[in-house]
Ligand binder design. Sequence first.
Ligand SMILES: [Zn+2]
Length: 119
Amino acid sequence: MRYCLLCPAIKLDKGYRALVDPEDYVTLNRTGWKVKRSKHGLYAIKYYSDKGHRKGMYLSRRIKGTEKDLIEHHRNGYTMDYRKENLQTMWPKDHQVEHQRKRISGIIGGKARLRDQRI
Ligand SMILES: [Zn+2]
């Protein structure tokens, strides 16, 4: 399922693709993006070495230039959708509340639906 037919998608490993805005595709469509599964869902990440330590840069944070105390929320619940209109910078506490609210109202599960993430 694709949410934006005209949006370009960066290829990750394991057959996943991350939707991005055209301007981000130009600068970020290089190899090395991988899919990471966490308890909250699937995320696009690139690993790099910092003084011998393996670190990860999330695609959402790369796109938005997110400050370290803040996080990026995927508004529509699809964590493979990295269009800027779908990313919302939030404080962790507000983010938690947002997901609880959605879980209660049943719009989208608080946990991203893994099955629907392959685009
Ligand atoms: Zn979220």
